[in-house]
Design a protein around this ligand. Sequence first.
Ligand code: G1P
Length: 292
Amino acid sequence: MRIRKAVIPAAGLGTRMLPITKSMPKEMLSIVDRPVIHYVVEEAIKAEIDDILIITGKGKRAIEDYFDRSFELEYYLREKGKIEELRQIKEIGEMVDIYYVRQKKPLGLGDAILHAEKHVNGEPFAVLLGDDIIISDKPAIGQLIEVAERRNSPVLGVEHVPHELVNKYGIIGGEKIENDLYRIKTLIEKPAPEEAPSNIAIIGRYVLTPDVFDALRETPPGKGGEIQLIDALRTLLNKKEIFARIIAGERYDVGSRVGFIRANIELSLTRKELRSEVIELMERILREVLDG
Ligand code: G1P
């Protein structure tokens, strides 16, 4: 199995980040100077994905404009001699082949993924959720692709989370078969801590096989009245093996306020042109805060 297509569901309403998401897609929130979805697309490209389908919805046009060429802006920058800026914005338009399909009603992640069926056309595919930015040497989705290709099976990206937070994630139960690799036995969406089979949480990276679409079609609405991907994967477990791999890397949950602020601070420190100024700024702020 060879994975070259990725699906990025971006139709969610972003209620965790209201009010900004009232008029702006959460995928376009800025981390330093680029939107969240830019980091996610870059991760897919690093994993040699060459075809990306973004599932959009109402109010998400800014995403399409971001990845489109902007001839007016290019003309303006060329006239002003702003060559570096020109190079950067042209690069965005040329990153990869990006396609779009709209989810007309917000019926959940499972339903969003069903919208990808025609496009993936019977091939296994990667899924990357925009709530998580993962910074790692080897791209997070590439880590899953490696296992999926070797085992010819779906693979979910996971990490250990504090037990009291299991109700924010899809949680797996399984047996450890290799370092960082589990064979999944059970899956549950956002369980109460006392119901959770473990504290191993799914973090927005998946490699799926096309049989997930039939399973999704048979899945009734679950948690929150939405069609849950996890519920469909649980059905699929009756027919095939599904694996979970602990992802190596630093994850930022940019769909939450503190995660978003942390991502902005830490990722600005990885930019060499910003690093020393940001450190100075943080030192000054901290001193002022601590001195009261
Ligand atoms: C979704 C999935 C959940 C997963 C999470 C990871 O939930 O339904 O299983 O753990 O993404 O970010 P959401 O955060 O969209 O409610």
